[in-house]
Design a protein. Structure first.
Length: 96
């Protein structure tokens, strides 16, 4: 199972409807779980990004749910594929 760190920024539409944001997040979480993607952590943040999510799941499913949330127009996302220290040791160990 892959881990992803997603940086979220509200669009103009998303910030206009900020009071609905927690409900939108819950709907996202349910949709993700239906595809087998688990939201491990979610934080609202202050600064360059408005939220940070850590999700785990198959790459195609995680990509699909993040594309869906982006298509709704309330947020833009930037997603990073993350590796644990042990996973990185394994990857490095496969280097020729």
């Amino acid at each position: 199972m892959a881990t992803f760190i997603t940086l979220v920024n509200f669009t103009d539409q998303g910030i206009r409807n900020i009071k609905e944001s927690p409900d939108r997040f819950e709907a996202f979480k349910v949709a993700a779980e239906r595809l087998g993607v688990m939201v491990k952590t979610a934080f609202y943040t202050v600064g360059q990004h408005d939220m940070v999510l850590i999700v785990e799941g198959e790459e195609a499913a995680a990509t699909a749910v993040l594309l869906k949330v982006g298509s709704l127009g309330n947020v833009r996302t930037q997603t990073l594929r993350a590796f644990s220290v042990d996973a990185m040791r394994n990857i490095i160990g496969q280097m020729p």
